[in-house]
Design a protein around this ligand. Sequence first.
Ligand code: GLC
Length: 750
Amino acid sequence: MIKKFNFLLPFIISIIFSCSNKKITAVDVLEARIDTLLHLMSLDEKIGQMNQLNSTGKVNDFFELIKSGQVGSFLNEIDPAKINEMQKIAVEECRLRIPLVFARDVIHGFKTILPIPLGQAATWNPELIEAGAGVAATEASETGIRWTFAPMIDISRDPRWGRIAESLGEDPLLTSILGASMVKGFQGKSLSASNSIAACVKHYAAYGAVEGGRDYNSVTTSEQALREIYLSSFKASVDAGAATLMTSFNEINGVPSSCNEFLLKKVLRDEWKFNGVVVSDWASVEELIPHGICVDGKDAAAKAANAGVDIEMVSSLFSQHLKELLKEGKVTEKAIDDAVRNILRLKYRLGLFKNPYVKINVKSSAYSEEHLKLARELATQSIVLLKNKRNILPLKKGIKTIAVIGPLADAPYDQMGTWVLDGDAKFTQTPLMALKQEFSNKVKILYEKGLEFSRDKNKSNFKKALKASKMADAVIIFAGEESILSGEARCRADISLPGAQSQLIEEMKNSGKPIILVILAGRPLTIQKECDLADAVLYAWHPGTMGGPAIADILLGKVLPSGKLPVTFPKMVGQIPIYYSHKNTGRPVGEPLELIDDIPVAAPQFSVGNYCYYLDAGDQPLFPFGYGLSYTTYKYTDLDLSDTIISAGDKLKISCNISNTGNFEGTEIVQLYTRDLVGSLTRPVKELKGFQRITLKPGEKKQVIFMLSTDDLSYWNANMKKVAEPGKFRIWLGGSSESGLETEFTLCER
Ligand code: GLC
């Protein structure tokens, strides 16, 4: 009946609107369709749409629930035939034929696994990241998945937190730009295209600020910091058209996100006008009980529904209690209708009413040459060169023998990293495989793992590894973390190399040969000692399916490293949290700055500087945000501003010349930072305001231009207003947050 009636709808609407002389838009037609369908739905059918279940593959278990309209979406079903079987019941046997939507965690690739998001962030390449999300969407949608729980855009400044691997790093602007790229990549030009999938920006909000870097822990922050640091990337993703959003497990200042009206109504709906779907995280509605904010499941259902959760993931409390809560007046019909409208809007936007089924037996694009090429490009650009003493890299042509050592040299499963549900390790190309292929018979490869896996403490194979290293011209050690040490609930209080890997590196140093250290990990590690031992250090994150060829490309100099750190690397875990956009404090570091071993015995109390620093670690990180070397060198000259005094509403043109002063063609990521010297609130010592990738041939010079608006200088003040305040600003242009040319300008009252 609804199907027959449906085609008449646009005409009926046009009659209604023509009377009001209002132009009909596609949105009007869509909203009229939604209202019409909503009007026809029973309360049970409405509540059913708000229920999301986890498919375990035994789909028969769900047939009755689907047929009676008690479930609106599933996660984790990836068999197209089973998806169609379930969909058939929904759209051919249910009264109102409302299609199901199927979701999956497609975080960094579906089958073809891309670098972990933290690695992708090191590319600082929005276009490439968007293309990567497009590949993931194509592969996932071929199985019937039309909704991914990604991108994860939690700002994280604590590498003890396992989920930093899924993040895009510590900076709100970089995360905003790259997160929006992923949204666009997943959703494509039109969400109704069969190879588009709905993005789900998560975890809303401030999940990366969990106390102690311990997953699921409490978050305490001010509204000002919440808005300035943790919400800005969500706003950018909503503005980029993100179709859905997921609430986080954590509380903020005593209120868990899944029942947080400030987040879900005031900010998301009233301020940002978001009209997409809010889905809870896995059982996070039920977790309101252990949080101690709800007495039981019924209370949790009421608080979550009233706060603005539209779909409850797997804990089914909405299904159990909403009807009764409505009768008792504890939940309003409007709350339910608003949620169901958002859900129906998502399904219409996905085109599921018109095309509910996935095509069966289509040739999968998984691991296609094109997809593998893109995965390799992303992995190559994600690699960060941290050290290159005596230009030991790229490997020199005269090399005859190399020793390949370490538990991550040939670890196809671990190389893919965390949140890999559908990637097949059989397709992973490891560094050992790639080097063998590259060198074939030209260079002899001596391979000794030394340790079986990253946590291995058994040193019995060190002797063999040392023997191989002594016979080689260069030693390449692949160390880091197994994938299980990274991701959700995989927090580490000690973020040094696990197992006996550090000792392995020390032992290989005894070979007297050049040591090249390649780290595969899901977080920054405290590797100061290992960096001191090595001649060159490459950070490859967990690089995904094509990590091997990407690392080989860089080692051989086929491509120059261009990656820049999206997150600060601490010297030691005690420095955490440590990030570049910190406040200056009243006691910034000055002279004399004595470290613990500089201080004379019986030193008088006030003979050592009273500064904001650690006696045993200073105030500087091991490697700063935005840092990354190349095989060539770049020189920045002629920093120029269009004005040194601007007024509100003006645009400031910033230009600078960059020259390639080395011997290789390379790509530099030019970064623009500002500092607001005096504000009505204290301001960070630096804030990223823009970046550009430029490629230069040896000897080539190019000018880069940035346009800075006064809006770009605004921040959330104490009155929760986003303002740019008059006063002096400093500006830097350089290749990291710690270097570059500097000048200043003044923003004056109009
Ligand atoms: C997990 C994660 C979330 C994921 C969801 C579904 O616990 O927190 O990121 O999307 O459950 O798998």
